[in-house]
Design a protein around this ligand. Structure first.
Ligand SMILES: Nc1ncnc2c1ncn2[C@@H]1O[C@H](COP(=O)(O)OP(=O)(O)OP(=O)(O)O)[C@@H](O)[C@H]1O
Ligand SMILES: [Mg+2]
Length: 358
């Protein structure tokens, strides 16, 4: 899968961008604050309809403009023309000239995986981020998973709202409990089944970037060890005090260990960064395996945070990703990548909101 053309109008610091991209490895070079990340953000936006910076549409409109336009030609099994226009009062999204009605039909036209500095939170941050990583991957590969997750979350919220009442109605509580148990068990089943498929890929990516110096281990730890219904019943007394649902897959953990220790507490920044890269690499490879085409890789500021040996370890992973007809976009402030990459890459210069071949 590759992005053959990107068009932007009034997007961030781009008044106008119109660029064609061949499959392969693209490097976006430029000084700070020139618009490198903005290009990746636009590609990710067309892929997921979200910014990876976690901001809303209004922030992406170029200062002083009314709305932004982002368009792409995507070459996958066929060719698709995506157009997105976003203004505070008007939103339009079309594929091949037809308005998009169902989000589930849209997602998947342009698949991408982003590697950015915020990924460090996957290792350092709360369990929620790691659950989201699992959920996102399952939502992108298992039909029906997203719907299941949304239904579980709704049942959980209703149950928690009920627990906040002075005297929760027993029959109502029971009905939410039954629903949560049924949906929750299915979530745990899907998460459990995913792990053996991605853990080896994560381990291999980690070993390759770190050059095999550490023992890395990833395990899925469901909050419910035995029977969910029994565990919920057991926690009723504590629930009365805490007024919230204390067990269930919303408390699951993805445990990351390095040399037997918890990575968040033990690993160095570079090791944490390497784990984050390995998680994202596994996401890309799993998507590639399930859908038969590699997603577009968007790599923001990653090289600068790794030492030369780790940079050299990462390159073959990226090259493997684009060799099968895929595409990689990588931003850099300086040419600090290993020279092996030199022959195959396409260079772009980013300067004050202008992207030009370099
Ligand atoms: N809505 C907007 N309208 C106009 N300019 C914007 C808008 N949002 C961000 N910018 C500007 O875009 C510029 C480039 O941002 P970007 O994050 O892409 O830089 P970068 O090249 O990735 O830099 P760095 O190397 O520091 O990461 C910044 O100067 C920022 O102020
Ligand atoms: Mg940037």
């Amino acid at each position: 899968m590759h992005l053959a053309r990107l068009r932007l109008r009034d997007f961030r610091n781009y008044a106008r961008l119109d660029a064609g991209f061949v499959p392969g490895f693209h490097v976006l070079l430029g000084q700070n604050a020139q618009g490198k990340t903005n290009v990746l953000e636009a590609i990710y936006l067309l892929s997921t309809l979200r910014s990876f910076r976690g901001v809303g549409g209004a922030q992406m409109i170029r200062h002083g403009a009314k709305g932004y336009f982002a368009g792409a030609t995507v070459v996958g099994a066929g060719e698709s023309e995506i157009k997105a226009y976003w203004a505070v009062k008007e939103r339009k999204l079309s594929v091949d000239g037809r308005p998009v009605r169902k989000l589930t039909e849209y997602l998947g036209i342009l698949r991408s995986v982003v590697f950015c500095t915020e990924d460090l939170q996957l290792v350092k941050g709360a369990a929620r981020g790691r659950r989201r990583f699992l959920d996102l991957l399952l939502a992108q590969t298992e039909p029906g998973y997203l719907a299941l997750l949304l239904r579980y979350t709704k049942a959980l919220r209703s149950r928690n709202a009920l627990l906040k009442q002075p005297t929760p109605d027993d029959a109502q509580l029971q009905s939410f409990t039954v629903e949560m148990v049924d949906l929750g068990n299915r979530l745990v089943e899907a998460r459990t089944a995913l792990l053996p498929r991605i853990a080896p890929v994560i381990g291999q990516a980690y070993a390759q970037v770190s050059r095999g110096r550490d023992e890395f281990e990833i395990t899925y730890q469901p909050a419910v060890r035995g029977d969910f219904a029994v565990e919920l019943a057991k926690s009723r007394a504590r629930e009365r005090v805490m007024r919230t649902t204390l067990v269930g897959p919303h408390r699951d953990e993805l445990v990351l260990r390095l040399n037997g220790q918890l990575a968040a507490a033990y690993a160095s920044e570079g090791q944490k960064r390497t784990i984050a890269i390995a998680l994202k690499m596994a996401q890309a490879e799993h998507l590639g395996a399930v859908h038969g085409v590699m997603p577009v890789l968007l790599i923001d500021d990653v090289m600068g945070e790794l030492d030369a040996a780790r940079r050299a370890g990462l390159i073959p992973l990226l090259q493997r990703a684009h060799r099968t007809g895929g595409q990689v976009f990588m931003t850099c402030t300086e040419e600090n990548w290993p020279s092996e990459l030199g022959e195959t890459l396409h260079r772009w210069k980013v300067d004050q909101g202008v992207l030009a071949p370099a």
